[in-house]
Write a protein that binds this ligand. Structure first.
Ligand SMILES: [Cu+2]
Length: 303
């Protein structure tokens, strides 16, 4: 089966668990922690050594000031996650929606992780080895600012829905309430839920009934069923020094329940976490939950 916008290929590189976050300007900010930037050709130590040797030579000949290497100009991209259900903006709690199966439902909880963001150009890749929890009820978590990106034109934004295995071990993430509430039971493999989408739907008798659409990594015996997936968007993004450019990620919750597989809340009220088949359906449906929206200042017009 072919899915147009993501690949199941696991991320092959070693993650940097020291990624830090801080809150400024209303969004979560991530410094670049591991970059293969387009200007980072020589190791820093080597570059410093060359610069030092060069400046000694210059001092010896001309007695001028030491030559300082120009710092690489950098800018930022801020990912903005916008949630909808079909054509309607997501309103938590009160609004009722209808999915492809015909279930009427409302949403009370929406939390999910994305991890390992990458911004790519044909000759460069800037990696952000982060694990970030989005919570529809905490707007500051819906904007992810990526700092320290070398100036230039980029073609691709990629990230993992869920947690790369490096992060997905019980106790691996900071033991704050949001992460603790996402804990995935040890008997099912431990780590964290990738997503909790919860609320109420009207059952066949029109009774409001709780549903919990939970996705995670299921371990049964020695078999690992990882339901994370990699998303990759063609994005013509121009990174300009000292500027923050915004890129919208559009998230349609109805797509969790269809395309390619219809998922009926009526038959997935309970036990979805240990149901490998149901988890596989959700993973496959997840491909088109996420779309790229507007990229501010995108395109090829400006440098
Ligand atoms: Cu669960």
């Amino acid at each position: 089966m072919q899915f147009p916008r993501y690949t199941f290929a696991p991320s092959p590189r070693v993650l940097d668990p020291r990624a830090t976050t801080s809150r400024e300007a209303g969004s979560m900010r991530y410094p670049r922690t591991a970059a293969a930037g387009r200007f980072a050709a020589a190791p820093a130590g080597l570059r410093a050594g060359l610069a030092g040797a060069l400046s000694i030579l210059l001092l010896g000949c001309n007695e001028e000031e030491p030559v300082q290497p120009e710092p690489t100009p950098t800018g930022s991209i801020e990912l903005e996650f916008h949630h909808s259900v079909g054509d309607s903006a997501l309103v938590m709690g009160t609004s009722w929606y209808t999915n492809a199966v015909g279930n009427q439902y409302r949403v009370e909880t929406l939390r999910y992780y994305i991890s390992d963001v990458a911004i790519r150009a044909p000759d460069a890749e800037v990696k952000f080895p982060i694990a970030h929890l989005l919570d529809a009820e905490r707007p500051e978590t819906l904007e992810i600012r990526l700092d320290g990106i070398p100036e230039g034109h980029y073609h691709e934004i990629a990230f993992t829905f869920g947690l790369a295995s490096e992060w997905n071990q019980t106790g691996r993430l900071p033991a704050n309430p949001p992460n603790l509430e996402m804990a995935w039971p040890n008997v099912l493999g431990g780590g964290y839920h990738y997503m909790k989408l919860e609320g109420e739907f009207l059952d066949a008798a029109q009774h409001p009934t709780t549903f919990r659409t939970h996705i995670g990594r299921l371990v049964s015996g020695s078999v690992v069923h990882d339901h994370s997936f990699r998303l990759s968007f063609i994005a013509h993004a121009n990174v300009v020094r000292n500027e923050v450019r915004h890129a919208e990620i559009l998230v349609d919750l109805n797509e969790w329940y269809t395309n390619p597989y219809d998922v009926d809340l009526e038959t997935h009220v309970a036990g979805i976490m240990e149901d490998t088949a149901a988890q596989d359906l959700l993973q496959a449906n997840g491909a088109d939950v996420f779309r790229l929206g507007q990229v501010e200042g995108g395109g090829h017009e400006e440098p």
